[in-house]
Design a protein around this ligand. Structure first.
Ligand code: HDE
Length: 738
């Protein structure tokens, strides 16, 4: 034996390899998050397999390959000399590039663009008398994950397009995962799921040029909905302010279909689910929505994440409308199985059953928001489906789509989809299997794994399908006659709106049809409008320069439902955003006070100044500038205040470089634009002291509604808060006075 135990290689370079230089110092590893632990796998005999650690993401201080091999270099390919070709043997290079090549998965065929958040749902227990669902018992708290989405656009499209919004909630209950996969509109385009590919093909970009992106303002959409008049109800909601929500936080949500709650004795009640935002129901105006699409395509996504990060947790109350589970499943003449119909709240009040609070942003967009897989068939004991033919098709579609989207049948093992109830299935193998199942008998009955797992009856918390009688019937492709009325509900919706909201609907139809090239399409849609409401039809026809057709159908009138209007109520102001325009001439003490007053009310004050940095210098007392004239745009703010120099307006010598009595003298054009847009969009505008001259410079009339002028910030800020509670100064829209 030689003295040295190391093997000697002739010709090898001598000495230690060079030390690895790191730009940052290695630090303690972050502890793994619970959802980075391996999936809980249970063998058929019930013994845990000991989840392998390898499914954990990102641990340890040092970079490794996917096999755990520690790496000294990830910035240079292995080459034959510094100028030579790259060698095929570079496993790390190939692994890195191959993984990258496959980083994208197919986006959702609809609802591709979304934003998610974690939270909790606390049940009030008020539904406990009609459902045995454990998570609806009193005071039970259940973790949730919510994904909001647009429907039509691709994953990279803009947020504030005119569209329906998805509102999907995954409740991780102790009895299994329950998914409520709803929308922000309570009715749908079609009555039977077999037509879903048709409406989606019609609404998506034209297949030849693939335009327009994320829009319904094009020929194929209006071609379909005008030919297929059951879509008119949903289309009417889309054309209303509901189609352009201010924020995901200010949207209502609806389960759309009628579901069935089941109590411990098996008694059933039909219900419709509603989410009511505590923040109020608010929308954008169309011009705002269009500007935002360019200025900040991530507007809704950012708004949700910012609010949660700031601790302004958005909340929704979950409510139900209840109906007796009668044989005909009709309520006040409305067929509860027809998903193009809603039930006005005046006929069936929404009863609150719990509160959802979204309190955490996803850690990783792809892992959570993109990979979350919802399915209306993910039910828990106590909640069951109905025969709504749209829902019935959905029960097939969602499972199917995840298999192609998430690459196989094991998507329930992805952390965000993992149930928080014990899983003891007999599903085995398949693409992306991450559980290591032990045992030999994943089948039933078996005698080899002790006969496990055992079946449980309803008394042991299992799901038992409602034994609903199916009438002896003829197999046929047909709808019930009650599905034939396509116009009374869009009429009811339109007539329930205030004149301002009706005007927005008229403008929306006129815009969308004005974007259609085909005259017959526009004419056919006008005919549908004639059957809904003659005044609506006439106004849109006028805008299009076409004659208004006569109605062809005898449509029954229904009582208007004032609950459908978003106006006339006041809402909490917390979470709204107020811009304060200030510059070096402003009274900084007053700006500070205004910020504090707004902040105390939970409002987000953002100071807008000519340049970034701080107003009043870096030293103590300086006010941070959050937006500059270049980066600010009116659409980000719910109200704008112009800070004055402190002196009363008449005596003001200076203020935002616009001299009192000399309107527009030298006010920065970007501030003029900011104010005139805020004015046009009926937002509250305030000014104190010489700031008033800035408002004059934007040609805003002295006596305009929703414009507050005062000598001091203390006079102005409280009134702005009051105006914010109504969302907009609605009187400013022409329809309010015509
Ligand atoms: Fe969906 N829908 N849908 N849908 N839907 C999907 O599932 C489908 C319908 C809704 O945030 C897809 O995972 C059919 C009504 C939301 O991940 C797909 C029919 C309502 C989301 C699918 C409907 C919805 C989806 C695409 C007619 C409101 C986003 C990707 C029978 C109650 C979920 C996916 C998320 C997503 C099919 C109709 C809401 C293809 C066939 C009605 C909120 O499975």
């Amino acid at each position: 034996m030689p003295e040295e135990s190391a093997i000697n290689i002739p010709g090898a370079p001598a000495g230690e390899p060079p030390a690895v230089v790191e730009p940052t110092t290695p630090r303690e590893t972050l502890p793994p998050k619970p959802d980075q632990q391996g999936p809980e796998a249970v063998s058929p005999t019930g013994s845990p397999t000991g989840a392998p650690e390898h499914s954990r993401a990102q641990s340890g201080q040092y970079l490794t390959t996917a096999q755990g091999l520690r790496l000294a270099d990830t910035d240079h390919s292995l080459k034959a000399g510094p100028r030579g070709p790259i060698l095929l043997q570079d496993h790390h290079l190939r692994e890195k590039i191959t993984h990258f090549d496959h980083e994208r998965i197919p986006e959702r065929v609809v609802h591709a663009r979304g934003a998610g958040a974690h939270g909790v749902f606390r049940s009030y227990g008020t539904a406990a008398n009609i459902t045995r669902a454990g998570f609806l018992a009193k005071d039970v708290e259940t973790p949730v994950f919510v994904r909001f989405s647009t429907v039509l656009g691709s994953r990279g499209s803009a947020d504030t397009v005119r569209d329906t919004r998805g509102f999907s909630t995954k409740f991780y209950t102790d009895e299994g995962t329950y998914d409520l996969v709803g929308n922000n509109i309570p009715v749908f385009f079609i009555q039977d799921g077999i037509k879903f590919p048709d409406i989606v093909h019609a609404a998506k970009p034209h297949p030849d040029r693939e335009i327009p992106q994320a829009q319904s303002a094009h020929d194929t959409f209006w071609d379909f909905v005008s030919l297929h008049t059951e879509a008119q109800a949903h289309t009417m909601w889309n054309m209303s302010d509901r189609g352009i929500p201010r924020s995901y936080r200010t949207m209502e949500g609806f389960g759309v279909h009628t579901f069935r709650l089941v109590d411990a004795e098996g008694a059933t009640t039909l219900v419709k689910f509603h989410w009511k935002p505590k923040q109020g129901v608010h929308s954008l105006v169309w011009e705002e929505a269009q500007i935002i699409n360019g200025m900040d395509p991530d507007f809704h996504r950012r708004d949700l994440a910012d609010a949660i990060e700031a601790g302004a947790y958005p909340e929704w109350e979950l409510g139900i409308q209840t109906f007796p589970d009668t044989e005909d499943q009709m309520f006040e003449g409305i067929d509860l199985l027809d998903p193009t119909k809603f039930v006005p709240e005046e006929l069936a009040p929404v009863q609150a059953i719990g509160l959802m609070t979204l309190n955490a942003n996803p850690v990783n967009y792809f892992a959570e928001t993109e990979q979350v897989a919802f399915h209306p068939g993910h039910l828990v004991p106590g909640i069951d489906v109905t025969n709504d033919p749209l829902l019935q098709v959905r029960l097939f579609s969602y499972l199917d789509t995840q298999i192609s989207r998430l690459g196989g049948p094991n998507f329930a093992q992805i952390p965000i989809n993992r149930p928080q109830a014990p899983v003891n299935d007999m599903l085995r193998d398949g693409m992306h299997q991450t559980a290591v199942h032990s045992g030999v008998a994943p089948y039933r009955p078996n005698s080899l794994d002790g006969g496990c797992p055992f079946k449980a009856g309803a008394d042991l918390g299992s799901f038992v399908d409602v034994p609903e009688a199916v009438a002896e019937a003829i197999k046929q492709r047909k709808n019930p006659a009650s599905f034939d009325d396509h116009f009374s509900q869009p009429r009811l919706f339109f007539r329930s709106l205030t004149p301002v909201e009706q005007d927005h609907v008229i403008q929306a139809y006129t815009f969308e049809l004005g974007k259609c090239y085909e005259k017959p399409v526009r004419e056919r849609q006008l005919l549908a409008l004639a059957n809904i409401d003659a005044s609506l039809c006439a106004a849109v026809a006028r805008g299009l320069g076409l004659p208004a057709p006569e109605a062809t159908e005898d449509v029954p009138d229904a009582q208007p439902s004032p609950a459908l209007s978003q106006l006339g109520k006041t809402w909490p102001v917390a979470g709204r955003v107020v811009g304060i325009v200030a510059d070096g001439s402003s009274d900084l003490e007053a700006v500070r006070d205004a910020r504090k007053a707004l902040d105390d009310a939970g409002i987000v004050p953002l100071v807008i100044a000519p340049a970034g940095g701080t107003l009043g210098g870096e030293s103590d007392g300086g006010i941070p500038v959050q937006r500059t004239y270049l980066t600010a745009r009116s659409t980000e703010f719910d109200a704008v205040i112009v800070a004055g120099s402190g002196a009363p307006a008449d005596d003001a010598e200076q203020g935002l470089d616009a001299k009192a009595g000399d309107p527009g003298a030298s006010l920065d054009p970007r501030v003029v634009l900011l104010l005139s847009e805020a004015f046009r969009h009926a937002k509250a505008i305030g000014a104190w002291g010489s700031g008033s001259a800035g408002v004059d410079a934007a040609s805003i009339p002295d006596d305009a509604a929703g414009v507050v002028r005062g000598d001091t910030a203390e006079q102005v800020v409280p009134q702005i808060q009051e105006l914010l509670a109504a969302h907009r100064a609605w009187e400013r829209f022409p329809a309010a006075t015509s």
